[in-house]
Design a protein around this ligand. Structure first.
Ligand SMILES: [Zn+2]
Length: 108
């Protein structure tokens, strides 16, 4: 698994994100950290409300503003992911075509 860390423009460590590229199949995973904005007892109350699907005013989102200098790294990672995914698709299609031709030759 290839890992790349991207720091937010604000430099807050809580906004750090990690992109993982699987060299085996080309999948990309994005890891984000969930912040602890409230005290523990308030987070329990938020969790209880979440379990019972009570709406929260602003949701539970945060953001990372990528730095421009990281764009080429992320672009390269996504390009390689796309290539690996296409190679995996091509391999599956070739295997399927081979199996189909073998099945047809067995029937004849
Ligand atoms: Zn930030």
């Amino acid at each position: 698994m290839e890992e790349h860390y991207f720091t937010c423009q604000c430099s807050d460590f809580n906004h750090l994100v990690r992109f993982n590229l699987s060299e085996l199949d080309g999948d990309v995973y994005v890891d984000v950290r969930l912040n602890h904005y409230e005290r523990w007892y308030k987070r329990i109350w938020i969790a209880v409300k979440y379990i019972f699907k009570k709406p929260h005013a602003y949701g539970h989102y945060d953001c990372t503003l990528l730095r421009v200098e990281d764009y080429p790294v992320l672009h390269d990672l996504l390009d390689r992911s796309k290539l690996l995914l296409k190679q995996a698709d091509d391999k599956r299609a070739a295997e399927w075509a081979l199996k189909k031709s073998q099945d047809n030759s067995n029937c004849a």
